[in-house]
Design a protein around this ligand. Structure first.
Ligand code: NAD
Length: 460
């Protein structure tokens, strides 16, 4: 594999250095071709997502395929505007000059993606990388193998190998790829692996986007409308079987409404997935037996309020509600990333504050309240990736909202124009004529300083 990776990188360097990707029309055409190829393979993508994660075609379309069409449409429509040289007002100190910013591609980029939204999370960064004129090696997850195969087929049909190439494999291959010098690395995955990526990137000072996970609190105060709150929580938590990085990880609910909310959560689980979610076409599956076992071990010693059924042969894990008794239990220590929803009842705000601070920099934070002012004060107070008042997960839908984590949950962001910006170095430069040379800046300063200070005062 070592030699193969070396060859792929050489091809990518040669392709980038050929200057082909500096042509905006070429980039645009490739994005249009990519869209057509995805349209052609829509059914196969849905089938692969069903095989990997038991996703219904409706869920696959909404959360993976349509998401990508939307990102492609925005990039195709705006690429000329995004890539255009921008003229900015010059500084008087440089008079006369013309000042510009150009968006320059980094060069060869490496993308490593996870298994939970394996299509969307592989293609969305790629759109920005291509729009900005980079080449890409994509290493999708070894767990979502069916989707990884269709990704490879689509990429092969659209891009020259030196432009975009899929490399299949697990941690060893990923690690080998990371041993090389890339011009940009885009990683989506766990915090632990994110740290490995950051360490490897540091060797070459490679700029990196890290889209990581976290334990996302969801607070419900006593004013929240129970039915809508429960419905939106159940939707955001159990979509893709809880395997969503911005799903609410656990609930912190006012004791005055806790019992009522739990009852309504159970009702909403039934409304959405029926009496037996195992037979629901809308309820997904856990990605692997290993992940299922990890999840089931989290239930040991817990008080189960609802659910808890597991069918290992079908990688099925019932939507499950659990009472939080101990914040030091494994369930409350790490990101759950599955269909277990712990519920904790609070008495006063100080208690919430302590809990939120314990899970530093989550990827998402949610609050349900009728008091929007309070909700805003709450969201402004803490450091987290992104969030919502009175809903869960939906902030990811708007391409005008940059998506990403902070601190423990990652660095950098993307979606819409933000993806183009992620893969561009914004290079400033100025042009000056040679026919005039104002002497103010050159020593000796005697006789000039007073005038210079006046000018500086005027323009500052
Ligand atoms: P993971 O970190 O185990 O794997 C992600 C990718 O890294 C895979 O392609 C994998 O092959 C590779 N990898 C694994 N071990 C490696 C190693 N030692 N060295 C180099 N590469 C390695 O994550 P996962 O289990 O695929 O995905 C789940 C995690 O991803 C969760 O923590 C979730 O919150 C996070 N996630 C974050 C976002 C986001 O946008 N912030 C989106 C989806 C998932």
């Amino acid at each position: 594999m070592k030699n193969l990776i070396k060859t792929i990188i050489e091809h990518q360097k040669a392709f980038f250095n050929s200057g082909k990707t500096s042509d905006i029309n070429f980039r645009k055409k490739k994005l249009i071709d990519l869209k057509k190829e995805i349209q052609k393979n829509e059914k196969e993508i849905e089938l692969a997502l069903y095989k990997d994660l038991g996703k219904s075609s409706g869920e696959s379309f909404l959360t993976e395929i349509h998401f990508i069409y939307a990102e492609l449409n925005i990039a195709i429509k705006n690429i000329n505007k995004w890539a255009k040289r921008k003229s900015v007002r010059p500084s008087l100190l440089n008079y006369p000059s013309s000042d510009y910013i150009i968006a320059q591609p980094y060069g060869i980029t490496l993308h490593i993606s996870p298994w939970n939204y394996p299509f969307q999370l592989s293609i969305a960064p790629l759109i920005g990388a291509v729009a900005a004129g980079n080449t890409t090696v994509l290493k999708p997850s070894e767990y979502s193998e069916n989707t990884s195969m269709i990704l490879e087929k689509i990429i092969e049909n659209v891009f020259e190998e030196g432009f975009v190439k899929v490399v299949q494999g697990g941690p060893e291959i990923s690690s080998e790829l990371l041993d090389h010098h890339w011009d940009y690395i885009f990683f989506t995955g766990s915090v632990g692996v994110g740290k490995i990526v950051a360490q490897k990137a540091a060797k070459f000072l490679t700029p990196t986007t890290l889209e990581l996970g976290g334990k996302n609190p969801c607070v419900i105060d006593e004013t929240a409308t129970i039915k809508t709150t429960a419905k939106r929580i159940v939707w955001g938590k159990f979509i893709n079987c809880g395997q969503t990085c911005i799903a609410p990880d656990f609930l912190v609910v006012n004791n005055k409404i806790k019992d009522e909310l739990i009852k309504e959560l159970m009702t909403q689980i039934k409304n959405i997935y029926g009496d037996d979610p195992l037979t629901s076409e809308y309820y997904g599956r856990i990605i692997s037996k290993k992940h299922l076992d990890n999840l089931s071990s989290l239930l040991e010693g817990q008080k189960i309020l609802h659910g808890g059924k597991i069918d290992a042969t079908q990688k099925y894990f019932e939507p499950t509600l659990v009472e939080v008794k101990d914040f030091n239990s494994p369930l409350m220590q790490n990101e759950i990333f599955g269909p277990i929803l712990p519920v904790y009842g609070y008495e006063d705000f100080d208690e919430i504050d302590g809990i939120i601070k314990k899970y530093k920099n989550p990827l998402a934070l949610y609050i349900f309240t009728k008091n929007i002012k309070f909700g805003e004060i709450f969201l402004h107070k803490y450091s987290f990736g992104g969030g919502a008042i009175n809903d869960t997960v939906v902030h990811i839908i708007n391409d005008r909202l940059p998506f990403g984590g902070v601190g423990n949950s990652g660095m950098g962001n993307y979606h819409g124009e933000a993806t183009f910006k992620t893969f561009s170095h914004f290079k400033p430069y100025i042009t000056k004529p040679l026919w005039i040379d104002i002497p103010l800046r050159y020593p000796p300063f005697e006789g000039k300083l007073k005038f210079l200070k006046k000018v500086l005062k005027l323009i500052s």
